[in-house]
Write a new protein. Structure first.
Length: 160
């Protein structure tokens, strides 16, 4: 599974908004430059985040972006679903009445992994992301990106 570019940018945008905790809205130009994405692409991301009440847009000379809720109330899952919809590891997870359902050995595993992934992402708040993003405080071994995810019971049983 790989995050879409839009989801990656949305996570970067949201974590930067949370880090800055500005008393006034931050301009989209400032945020586009800071997270190094085209302003037009940022506009599409902001529309989706705004529709999910994750960011607020303020118009005018001193307008810009603010978080729609406190960082403790926004999960990583909220952000990812606002951009890309429900997390699905396989196409059959979105289908009902799959023609292979009677003998498929893969779907039950993918459903279980998806559930555990959603649980972890749902428990991880934006506050957690900005405070523990270095992987130093969450425990466990950080992966090659340096970020360690909080443990989810049973997740290790899915890995080889």
């Amino acid at each position: 599974m790989r995050l879409t570019r839009a989801s990656d940018y949305a996570l970067r945008l949201m974590s930067n908004l949370a880090k800055e905790e500005a008393e006034h809205p931050l301009s989209t130009r400032h945020m586009a430059e800071k997270i190094q994405i085209p302003k037009s692409f940022l506009g599409n991301i902001v529309q989706k985040l705004s529709a999910s009440n994750l960011v607020r847009t303020v118009k005018g000379v001193r307008g810009g972006l603010t978080l729609g809720r406190n960082p403790e109330e926004i999960s990583v899952l909220d952000i990812l679903e606002a951009i890309d919809g429900a997390i699905q590891l396989t196409h059959c997870q979105q289908e009902t009445g799959c023609k292979h359902s009677g003998y498929c050995n893969v779907k039950p595993l993918m459903d279980r992994i998806s559930g555990q992934l959603e649980e972890t992402l749902g428990k991880t708040t934006l506050r957690d992301l900005i405070e523990n993003g270095s992987g130093k405080e969450w425990g466990g071994d950080p992966d090659e990106t340096g970020v360690a995810l909080p443990g989810v019971p049973g997740l290790e049983s899915l890995l080889p």
